[in-house]
Design a protein around this ligand. Structure first.
Ligand code: ZN
Length: 204
């Protein structure tokens, strides 16, 4: 399986990192080895002093597809999840400054948190109006709503599938809203969609 991530998909987050608003979705991949194993803590890697959490809505692909038209994109997923795109911000900044790929800053072991629990998409009244949040030590640090996405789920699937064949089990990280920040040892990060808790992880 592969993990496809969308960068810069929420205006307020683009502003907080002083990035330019993209004309097309920004795409990067994480290797399957970046998935944080079940019930394991997240260990801050020694090559970074500034690892950030980025809470993101996830989409699990359940059908093989390429060149998927937006109007049919909804047939390619049933479940919505929540995760964290951990980012070594200091390393990412160095790579960005040099115009180099970000993979080391976003694809390291443990950098992809995928909540164990998934929610049937039909249980939402509208996929473009889902509230989600990240709590750090029980304090909300990020709150988002999918209505603020620059590219909505079906547009993302259509766009991504022009470049990569989507396969069963692939997971799309759809971008983070504002409020990203640094993690510290002993932090507990809890992710929620509406009032439902989808993950809770310990930082070491
Ligand atoms: Zn992200």
């Amino acid at each position: 399986m592969k993990i496809i991530c969308i960068g810069r998909n929420y205006s307020a987050h683009i502003s907080e990192l002083k990035n330019e608003k993209p004309e097309e979705p920004v795409i990067f991949l994480k290797p399957d080895t970046s998935i944080l194993l079940k019930k394991q803590p997240f260990f801050i890697p020694d090559f970074s002093n500034d690892v950030h959490y980025e809470v993101e809505i996830l989409v699990k692909i359940n059908r093989v597809g390429k060149y998927i038209e937006e109007q049919y994109a909804h047939k390619y997923y049933n479940e919505i999840g929540l995760g964290i795109d951990f980012t070594a911000r200091d390393l990412q900044q160095k790579l960005k400054d040099k115009g180099l790929p970000w993979e080391k800053a976003k694809g390291f072991d443990g950098a992809a948190v995928i909540g164990e629990k998934w929610i049937d998409k039909n249980s939402f009244s509208h996929l473009n109006n889902i509230n989600f949040s990240l709590l750090k030590n029980n304090e909300p640090v990020q709150t988002g709503n999918t209505s603020d996405m620059l590219w909505k789920i079906d547009e993302i699937i259509s766009y991504v599938s022009k470049y990569f064949t989507l396969k069963i089990g692939d997971i799309i990280f759809t971008g983070t809203p504002e409020g990203v920040g640094k993690v510290e040892v002993n932090d507990v990060l809890t992710g929620r969609i509406e009032e439902d808790q989808l993950f809770s992880i310990q930082v070491k």
